[in-house]
Design a protein around this ligand. Structure first.
Ligand code: F7E
Length: 326
């Protein structure tokens, strides 16, 4: 039985990855941060097969202890401050967790794994690293130009992963994932914020939603498809970096339109208020990925079409909000 250690286990991707690995027969150990972490309680009831261990990406000794306890074959580093807007307000913390946290975890793996280190490492890199894009679509060789403390910290984590692979021969992979969503997405991200608002407006529970830049374009896929790629990367003969994306860009405006229409609302513009608070100091205007290397080498392809993703998120939010009403 293989063991996987996952940081960020309480997040959207952590949960999908835990389910995917459990279905493959893995023992899954999740790192949880903090004292009486409320997400850990929810996880214990939602995914009872996950073993929890305390640890924090800001604390090297705790990472060493988590590795010594779990003795993993594979480590997936999904832990991060993942909300780009928050990273502008807590830039130092973001650099510490999303940037230095990767270095700490790699050092811990080097220490615990010893000479012929068998531990395989996955780093959750991000399309936010492309920022002010130099070419479209973006691939593994596209120059990086981050536009936020989040993006800058992810660039550090990405290069550190490559560096540990090249310097110490670690089996370390970096997955450059474009936006990926699901009904489990946090309400602070634009997709879930919109599907939740559309559901609540359709049910008469609220009248409007405040949004920022509707013209930004993103390549939105389904998180359940993307965690399969993470696992595939660690099953290859050689470690490498891969872009994971659908190759299709849509604007926030298109997303809103589709979500509202899925909730049965045609005049979406009447319900959307533009609020400058949701604009970012520097915006990433367009992200769209070229995942042909992942198709060729990993045999990976996204399965869920964009329309299905949006309608399933709206359906889920309608169900949750109806249940609250009952
Ligand atoms: O914003 C615009 C906003 O916060 C998407 C994270 O998973 O993907 C995610 O980062 C776009 C931006 O995601 C609102 O300005 C307009 O252009 O959903 P988001 P993100 O920043 O793209 C990458 C790949 C990651 O790695 C990150 O961890 O939507 N937008 N109005 C808004 N965004 C939010 N959140 N709220 C608004 O009201």
């Amino acid at each position: 039985m293989s063991t996987a250690l996952i940081t960020g286990i309480t997040g959207q991707d952590g949960q999908y990855l835990a389910e995917t690995l459990h279905a493959k027969g893995y023992r899954v150990v999740g790192v949880v941060t903090g004292q009486r972490n409320p997400h850990a309680d929810a996880l214990a009831s939602g995914l009872p097969f996950v073993e929890l261990v305390g640890g924090d990406l800001a604390d090297l000794p705790s990472l060493i202890a988590a590795l010594e306890y779990s003795q993993p074959d594979e480590v997936y580093n999904l832990g991060a401050i993942s909300y780009v807007a928050l990273s502008f307000k807590q830039a130092e913390l973001t650099a510490n967790v999303n940037g230095l946290g990767v270095l700490r975890l790699l050092e811990a793996i080097r220490l615990v794994g010893g000479q012929d280190n068998p531990i395989r490492f996955y780093q959750a890199s991000s399309s936010e690293m492309f920022g002010k894009v130099r070419e479209t679509p973006q691939n593994e060789l596209t120059p990086l130009h981050p536009r936020s403390p989040y993006g800058s910290a992810k660039v550090f984590g990405h290069h550190t992963t490559v560096n540990y692979r090249e310097s110490y021969g670690l089996f370390a992979c970096s997955g450059i994932l474009f936006n990926h969503e699901s009904p489990r997405r946090g309400l602070e991200f634009v997709t879930r914020k919109v599907t939740n608002a559309a559901a609540r407006i359709a049910l008469g529970l609220q009248d409007e939603v405040a949004l920022g830049n509707l013209e930004a374009k993103r390549d939105w896929g389904f998180a359940g498809d993307y965690v399969r790629a993470m696992h595939l990367m660690l099953q290859q003969d050689e470690p490498d970096d891969f872009v994971i994306a659908t190759g299709e860009a849509r604007s926030v405006r298109e997303f809103v339109q589709l979500a509202f229409s899925a909730a049965g609302i045609d005049d979406w513009e009447r319900h959307v208020r533009i609020d400058p608070r949701f604009f970012r100091p520097a915006e990433v205007d367009l992200l769209v990925g070229d995942a042909s290397k992942a198709h060729r080498v990993l045999g990976w392809a996204p399965q869920m079409p964009f329309e299905t993703l949006v309608t399933s998120m709206v359906a889920h939010d309608l169900e949750i909000e109806r249940r609250k009403l009952a």
